[in-house]
Design a protein around this ligand. Sequence first.
Ligand code: DX5
Ligand code: ZN
Length: 221
Amino acid sequence: MGIQIAPSMLSSDFANLESEARRISGADWLHVDVMDGHFVPNLTLGAPVVEALAKVAEQPIDAHLMIDDPDRWAPEYVEAGAGSVTFHVEAARAPVRLAREIRAKGARASMALRPATPIEPYEDLLAELDMVLIMTVEPGFGGQKFLDVCLPKIRRTRALLDKAGGDVWLQVDGGVSVETIERCADAGADVFVAGSAVFGADAPDAMVSTLRDLATARCAH
Ligand code: DX5
Ligand code: ZN
């Protein structure tokens, strides 16, 4: 699939999501951060907003669910029109069943790991997934500093995905910018979420291109 850029709408103007999406027409996905005030100490938006944005946006929606009980709630986001739905493995009761349900409903199924969660216990689940998300900050807020300590896990995840074969994408999220994206690409990531780096730029769409070029130049696999 090559390198993909998924700007996080968390850093955009929530009062103008439709026009904010148009400012990043070169983006591959719109990354939408759903936070419930329980799994993370912040509250954002839910399925009705995803549904409204999916109706007007040209890019597909990449829903990142930072919520408790994703087994109960994640399918709603497929129905709302998300093309990819990411649940946190720390919150899922039955990740295999949940991934199968997301896929059966017609979206890509993705599993996220907080910085301190290892990938190794989940090696056998990888074939059930379309994407793995390695968080490079503690989830909950945009604009945090990239955690270099997560880079070895990105490398190990890339090795496990290569060993498993198939075409599971490897996404990174948190503190991704012109300063850090090359390190992530070197480690094997191929889908890059960037919130403050994109929407904090004078020209967000140009920043999407810049990030894509930097990652493409480093992408080894
Ligand atoms: C953090 C969210 C991220 C966040 C990224 O919990 O999952 O998607 O919006 O923002 P930046 O790129 O500013 O770190
Ligand atoms: Zn996110």
